[in-house]
Design a binder for this molecule. Structure first.
Ligand code: R5P
Length: 312
């Protein structure tokens, strides 16, 4: 019997694209908010004994999207679902994986504890901020990588970078993954975060002079990191055509303006999070639907996920 796939309201277009790829109808559910803001979720399918997948990136508004997911999970558990998997193309709060100052909360740990209440058998996530985050979760975790998909899109677009650049130390592993697939060297910029929206770039380790850079990151939020990295690279004499590949395009606050000012040649992102409208940038948005479709089919059939995991 085929699996059931339901979507929250965070990214129904991606859920529909996965359903289409796999050839299963998207499960019918209703989510609506009462006047006081409380949510009511109803699953309008018979889930008894079924293998159920709930797709919901916990992007902003994070609290609402997370709670919708938990209500969907509750409805499915009460309806007798046999196996329940949360598919989180983007996992919110993942950056808050440690305290950086006394008195701070560790948001990623709280998110892990909150998701644990959903009674999921498994979580599927894409390019989580750090691999160590898996250790926060007692629920089995499938960490997928969009790097092969984005690398393919870069090559298919005829882009031939000369160096892969990590805009901060945290992106070094990701940059190594791209560099391995592209057969390129890596350069790393030392970033200092001044505030949630502002960063400063310090020295660059590795050769970039005269080379066409491909800056890679797990996410773009306000665009500060990418804009500052582009400036630092140009000042240090890199090739002026700068290309960026980032999995999660959150595009918060001043992102569109900053990225426009950065004069990027191309910007490759995925559809892990939904936007109201696409910013006017030289964007290529690559769908995660084929990857997630194959992974959900593999999980449903209890097949190994070779080649999809970020741990491969
Ligand atoms: C931080 O460590 C992340 O990997 C990204 O570099 C960061 O979240 C991007 O944020 P922004 O676009 O606001 O600079």
């Amino acid at each position: 019997m085929e699996f059931l796939l339901f979507s929250g309201t965070a990214n129904p277009a991606l859920a529909a694209a996965i359903a289409d790829k796999v050839g299963v109808p998207l499960g019918h559910s209703e989510i609506h908010a009462f006047p006081d803001g409380e949510l009511e979720v109803t699953v309008r399918e018979d889930v008894r004994g079924r293998d159920v997948y709930l797709l919901q990136p916990t992007s902003g508004p994070v609290e609402r999207h997370t709670f919708e997911l938990l209500l969907l999970a509750d409805a499915c558990r009460r309806g007798g679902a046999q196996r329940l998997t949360a598919v989180l193309p983007y996992l919110g709060y993942a950056r808050q994986d440690r305290r950086t100052a006394p008195g701070e909360a560790v948001g990623a740990r709280v998110m892990a504890d909150v998701l644990a209440t959903g009674g999921f058998h498994r979580l599927v996530v894409v390019d989580v901020h750090s691999a160590a985050l898996e250790g926060f979760f007692a629920i089995p975790f499938e960490p997928l990588s969009a790097v092969p998909v984005l690398t393919r899109a870069v090559l298919d677009a005829g882009v031939r970078p000369g160096v892969v650049v990590a805009p901060d130390l945290g992106a070094a592993k990701l940059a190594e993954h791209y560099a391995r697939l592209l057969g390129l060297p890596v350069a790393i910029i030392r970033k200092i975060r001044v505030s949630g929206a502002d960063v400063r770039m310090r020295e660059i380790s590795g050769q970039i002079r005269g080379l066409a850079p491909l800056i890679v990151d797990d996410m773009i939020s306000t665009g500060g990191t990418i804009a500052a990295a582009a400036t630092a690279l140009r000042e240090a004499g890199s090739g002026s055509e700068i290309v960026v590949a980032a999995t999660h395009a959150l595009f918060a606050g001043p992102a569109a303006e900053r990225l426009e000012q950065a004069s990027l040649a191309r910007l490759f992102v995925t559809d892990s999070v939904a936007w109201e409208r696409a910013p006017a940038l030289p964007l290529e948005r690559v769908s995660l639907a084929p990857l997630l479709g194959q992974v959900l089919t593999g999980l449903h059939e209890n097949q190994p996920l070779n080649g999809f995991s970020s741990t491969d």
